[in-house]
Design a protein around this ligand. Sequence first.
Ligand SMILES: [Zn+2]
Length: 281
Amino acid sequence: MVMDGLVDAARRIVGELQLPWEKVGSVGVAVHDVVTAGGEWIPWQQAQTMPYNAARYLEAAFMRPVTIEDISRASAEAEHRYGSGRGLADFIYLFVGDSGIGSGIFINNNLMKSSSGVCGEIGHLVVEADGQLCQCGNYGCLETIALPHAVISQLQSVLLEDIYSHLNTQKQLTFADVCRAAQEGDKHAYIALRRQAVSIATALTYVINITGASSVLLGGELRHVGESYLADLGSDLRQNVMPALVPRVEVRHAELHGYAGAMGVAAQALDLAWDSGQFLA
Ligand SMILES: [Zn+2]
């Protein structure tokens, strides 16, 4: 079972670090899943049929407080404390992963969460009427256009008709390859990334107008995009957001990659350990 594997992995890591368990005040777990404001993790596939409180299970297994957080929100937490979100009271952290797009939103220095657990699901904002079928069951969601594999497959369909593009010589294109090619002047790569950025701008405009958070941090696979992508995305946003927000719009790279989610949830878990007096003994 996933939970037991998780418990074993945590025990193994603590063992490898030669850290006595009594010094572990709290455990943090960042997941690609539904996590409520109360810290309850409801595995996505079971959400409708078999609600299951994974946090309670893990607390019993670890015998200490457990903090669970959605990985996009955990990454936003890390950026706010240690990364390019430092000093920003309001910002949107946009995570574009291989299989999903999410966000973590800070408003007035508070990370937005909901009691249902669904919050910041920017990947499922509809940005194209009559678009392609999304994994959520809707049509034309941001994910259908802006996920890396969607960008690559759209680009490859164009490359089939252009035998002169040097991208045709690469067997397996990655999103990083596309970004590099665009920065080196490849027209097709540039157009594919512009299509992605325009769809992201459409979705972000809704979020910016609703929340008033006008700083955007790009994380996940978007770490590979160049400065011109950031500038173009910023221009798209300034054209679309409420006039009062136009001068405040800015787009930055996120700073922490790879372990940002782990860092963010570890910081939250540490807060919980202090609040619950774990270190007083
Ligand atoms: Zn969707």
